[in-house]
Design a protein around this ligand. Structure first.
Ligand SMILES: [Zn+2]
Length: 237
């Protein structure tokens, strides 16, 4: 199990860690700031700084086969020979790229709040965010852009809250207001709250305030199928 420092503090760009296992496919660390591809959000890139100096480039981060396992994918598989179990390293993400993921990811929550329909697909990269809505009605670009800009300008706080299954059972009205239904049976669920705007289960990384998202534009709205509308957003600056 890798300690997931990015869950508690998404602003961490680096950390000290120790290599637990390494092979050509990737590196497992005891703790990490690298977010593994999941929930639509791309995995982090970055580097591991070696104790003797020099760096090993990480091309992607993926969930491993075992629960809680995080694999730092080597850009050059031959670098596996430069690492060994027990070795201390400094794990450092590409912070600018991650920052874009956090801004876009938080923006997808705003879109969920604006469009009152279930989503059935999501992709968050450093260049764009794409969200597929389960709906037949057309969507209007100007309206989406205006509402996104309003919620960004209103500077809503963004925070993580944990809730137990028992608390969820006691508050059915809370579950009804969520745009995505929380998973049950895990004991407790991590929720992402954008104060006064959106509340839904999410394990991704987000900015701390909607104002940090900045200016957005709706790059594309397409009819993906009879029952699905796709919205692609990009940064306007
Ligand atoms: Zn999220």
């Amino acid at each position: 199990m890798t300690e997931e420092l990015f869950r508690e503090d998404a602003t961490l760009a680096e950390c000290e860690a120790r290599v637990e296992a390494v092979d050509e496919r990737g590196v497992r660390l005891d703790r990490t700031v690298f977010y593994p591809h999941g929930g639509g959000q791309a995995g982090d890139r970055g580097e591991l700084v070696l104790p003797a100096g020099g760096v090993v480039a990480i091309a992607d981060t993926r969930k491993g086969e075992a629960p809680g396992e995080i694999v730092h994918v080597l850009a050059d598989p031959a670098d596996a020979a430069r690492l060994a179990p027990g070795m201390p390293v400094r794990a450092r993400i590409d912070a600018a790229r991650r920052r874009a993921h956090m801004r876009f990811h938080t923006a997808t929550h705003l879109l969920c709040a604006i469009v009152p329909h279930q989503t059935n697909g999501c992709s968050i990269t450093a260049q764009y965010a794409r969200l597929d809505f389960d709906m037949v009605e057309p969507l209007e670009r100007e309206l989406l852009e205006r509402e996104l800009a309003r919620l960004v300008d209103e500077a809503h706080g963004v925070r993580t809250v944990w809730i137990t299954d028992a608390e969820l059972d006691a508050k059915p009205e809370l579950v009804r207001t969520m745009s995505v239904q929380p998973p049950r049976g895990l004991g407790r669920v991590r929720l992402l709250e954008i104060e006064g705007v959106d509340l839904q289960p999410c394990g991704g990384t987000h900015v701390a305030n909607t104002r940090e998202i900045g200016k957005l534009k709706v790059a594309k709205i397409e009819k993906k199928s009879a029952r699905s509308r796709r919205v692609v957003i990009e940064f306007a600056d």
